[in-house]
Design a protein around this ligand. Structure first.
Ligand code: SF4
Length: 440
């Protein structure tokens, strides 16, 4: 490796929380090898872009970020890794200045491949993705002052017709329980208060007889962990026993679920090869709301799936309005090569998709504020993340973003707050003197 003192590395992550968790592992490896991690955009000896390929825009954004890094750092060693590296290696090869293209199987070993000599043509490592359960070597020692993502699973067997992820990340497989527990212990010992479980389809976690409930129960035993949060989870994979944990004030599982809906039309859901009907979904969301008072419920909705009629879109809108869901992340359908939905005729115009997306986003903002208002008067615990203009903001267990006026050092502190009302798209509240064991 070329001598350079101090060596600087710069990383950028596109896409999902799982990618973020993997970038964090790579950063720790780089630090262990003596690199300084600098913000993306600053001069660096090594640049790593952890890419996403979930939409065409994600592909374009991945290419654009790589190009901009190379322009600013023509002599740096440049690695493009992750989902777009797996699926779009040919297009990345054409970008001048790229040294390494590493797909998902080998991406966590990127540090072993990095050398600072520029290559004439990039080395492409795009191995077949293994089907076996896995362990991850982790090397972190740095203090952590934010929510920490913990990868517990990878891949997906569901094969939704629009989704490229089973091709980009392979079949469903789970991380060994001991190994994920050890990393969680290390994250908490380094300062993380909240652990967010991540994966592609985490409700399908299955390792040596253990399921996702066993994972949350095991992590709950870690001394010092304040919250465990389940990130996105498929509606058909959620065991109802999780509700008991969410209701148990001695258990650290947060009362929160993000459950992708995608569409409120049965015809569209069938075309997407989703595994439930609109009525099944609504029943489940209502069951969760009934069993866990105050639960935060979010969803993903896709608009503009081929052939989605006005009426079918209205069914989605109506389901969202009638449901206890408090927000929706809205995505426009994007044709992905190799997926089954590419063969469907009747692709919708971008204008229609954009109009539908705007309507749903508006409804999402309304539901979110309604949910925040329903929580006015409650005493909650907030894990603070950032400060701006004299206000600190952070999240409750049920995922309300709360602002308090304070100039105290609150970063990564869990504090008791009384929610008083809303302010723009936030809830606002008053900080209490000490933290309490609050229900949300
Ligand atoms: S459940 Fe469907 S949308 Fe989610 S990753 Fe698997 S195939 Fe893709």
């Amino acid at each position: 490796m070329r001598a350079s003192t101090p060596k600087k590395a710069s990383l950028h992550t596109l896409g999902c929380r799982l990618n973020q968790s993997e970038t964090a592992l790579i950063e720790d490896q780089l630090r262990a090898k003596g690199y300084d991690i600098v913000p993306f955009g600053e001069r660096a000896d090594v640049g790593i872009v952890n890419t996403c390929t979930v939409t065409r825009e994600a592909d374009a954004k991945s290419r654009q970020l790589v190009r901009s890094f190379v322009r600013k750092n023509p002599n740096a060693s440049v690695a493009v890794i992750g989902c777009y590296a797996q699926m779009g290696a040919a297009a990345i090869r054409d970008i001048e200045g790229v040294d390494l293209i590493i797909g998902n199987q080998e991406k966590l070993n990127v540090v072993d491949y990095i050398e600072n000599e520029k290559r004439e043509t990039p080395l492409v490592i795009r191995d077949r993705i293994e089907r076996d359960d896995f362990e991850i070597a982790f090397a972190g020692e740095q203090p952590i002052d934010r929510r920490a993502n913990l990868k517990i699973q990878d891949g997906c067997d569901f094969m939704c017709s629009f989704c490229v992820i089973p091709f980009a990340r392979g079949r469903a497989r789970s991380r060994a329980m001991d190994n994920l527990f050890e990393e969680a212990e290390s994250l908490v010992a380094r300062g993380a208060k909240e652990i967010v479980l991540t994966g592609v389809n985490i409700g399908t976690y299955a390792y040596d007889g253990s399921d996702i409930v066993d994972v949350v129960d095991a992590l709950d035993l870690i001394e010092g962990v304040a919250r465990i949060r389940i990130s996105s989870i498929e509606p058909t994979t959620i065991p109802e026993t999780l509700f008991e944990r969410m209701n148990d004030s001695n258990h650290t599982l947060a009362p929160y679920l993000h459950i992708p809906l995608q569409s409120g039309s049965d015809r569209v859901l069938a075309g997407m090869k989703r595994q439930y009907t609109a009525a099944d979904y609504l029943d489940f969301a209502r069951l969760a709301a009934r069993h866990v008072p105050g639960i935060g419920l979010g969803t993903d909705i896709m608009v503009g799936f081929p052939g989605e009629s006005d009426e079918e879109f209205n069914q989605t809108l109506q389901l969202f309005q009638e449901s206890p869901l408090h927000y929706a992340h809205v995505f426009k359908y994007s044709e992905r090569e190799g997926t089954a939905s590419v063969r469907l005729s009747d692709q919708l115009s971008p204008e229609i998709a954009a109009r539908r997306s705007a309507m749903l986003r508006k409804e999402s903002a309304i539901n979110r504020i309604k949910f925040y208002e329903q929580n006015a008067g409650r005493l909650v615990d907030v894990l603070f993340e950032q400060t701006e203009n004299g206000y600190w903001t952070g999240y409750t267990g049920n995922y309300i973003r709360v602002a308090v006026a304070s100039d105290a050092p609150l970063k990564n502190k869990l504090r008791a707050v009384t929610i008083e009302g809303t302010m723009g798209d936030l809830a606002y509240g008053q900080l209490l003197e000490s933290s309490v064991a609050a229900p949300v």
